[in-house]
Design a protein around this ligand. Structure first.
Ligand code: AMP
Ligand code: MN
Ligand code: MN
Ligand code: MN
Length: 278
């Protein structure tokens, strides 16, 4: 059976490794079919593709787009698009804009909470000045010894109601799906278990996602529990959505899940790659 990992990050967004180092780690983890899915950014694709090719992995273009839907942040993964598409590039650029201003506001809040110089501290971890993310702040807060790891930071800082949280308006769901489809790709809901949707909210969300032309949902991801694998396998079946699998790897010692290490998709679902020539 093919080992498919269609979700992970490099320094081009908030991962800790270069695209080539992520590729090497995927290969070492036994991955056969691989996509790098940096947040709101596709600049890592040429390096990722070349590294994958040299290692003998099947490469798929990828991105993870930040979306604001019903006042929450959701993530939409795009796969198998043409990365030279102008509308996609422009849409992502627009989605990235505003991250620096948001980061400065986050730093101001953290300073008031007793963590000064967080903007400069986070910048030390940033590989792409266009993409300062909460993850970079989290790494700096760990460096200071304020929290023992990134997970602990996301329990006490940077989330709604805690210091360092600045709400942000990302792309619309329709825009994100349109950009991906317009570039010839397919749109997949990333880690649906992370949004605290009850069944009704999930129904409204998935109905709208499908109406815009979205076709898939992540079932087995590093962000889901085993119960969620089962819940979203059922959701995929009931909504006639294809199922995806991805580690959401961000860096050694930081992610719960290594590249390629998750269980396979349940037999009851249709994989997003069912009709790919592999
Ligand atoms: P941003 O796009 O700047 O809002 O940052 C979002 C990123 O923060 C996600 O892509 C994750 O990498 C990270 N993140 C969010 N929540 C958590 C969490 N509970 N544990 C670890 N990382 C998280
Ligand atoms: Mn991330
Ligand atoms: Mn995500
Ligand atoms: Mn991700």
């Amino acid at each position: 059976m093919l080992n498919v990992d269609l979700h992970c990050h490099s320094r081009v967004s908030d991962g800790a490794l270069t695209p080539s180092d992520v590729a090497a780690r995927a290969k070492a983890g036994g991955v056969d079919v691989w996509a790098l899915t940096d947040h709101d950014e596709i600049d890592g694709i040429p390096e990722a593709r070349e590294a994958a090719k040299a290692l003998g992995m099947h490469y798929v273009t990828g991105v993870e787009i930040s979306v604001t839907w019903a006042a929450r942040t959701v993530h939409i993964v795009g796969l198998r698009f043409d990365e030279k598409n102008r509308d996609l590039a422009a849409g992502l650029k627009n989605t990235r804009s505003g991250r620096e201003r948001r980061a400065r506001e986050m730093a101001a809040q953290l300073a008031e909470a007793g963590i000064p110089h967080a903007f400069e501290g986070a910048l030390k971890y940033v590989g792409n000045p266009d993409l300062i993310s909460r993850t970079h702040f989290a790494r700096y807060i760990v460096e200071l010894g304020v929290c023992k790891d990134v997970s602990e930071v996301f329990g006490n800082y940077l989330i709604d109601g805690k210091p360092g949280f600045v709400p942000h308006r990302w792309a619309t769901l329709k825009n994100a799906v349109d950009w991906i489809r317009g570039a010839g790709g397919i749109a997949v809901v990333a880690h649906p278990g992370r949004y605290d949707f009850d069944d009704l909210e999930l129904d409204v969300f998935l109905s709208e996602f499908k109406r815009h032309g979205g076709v898939g949902v992540e079932v087995v991801t590093g962000s889901h529990t085993e119960e969620e694998y089962a819940r979203f396998a059922t959701v995929a079946k009931n909504y006639n959505l294809l199922a995806s699998r991805g580690s959401d790897f961000h860096g050694p010692g930081e992610s719960h899940t290594e590249l390629g290490a998750l269980p396979p998709l349940p037999a009851s679902v249709v994989p997003v790659w069912h009709d790919w020539r592999l």
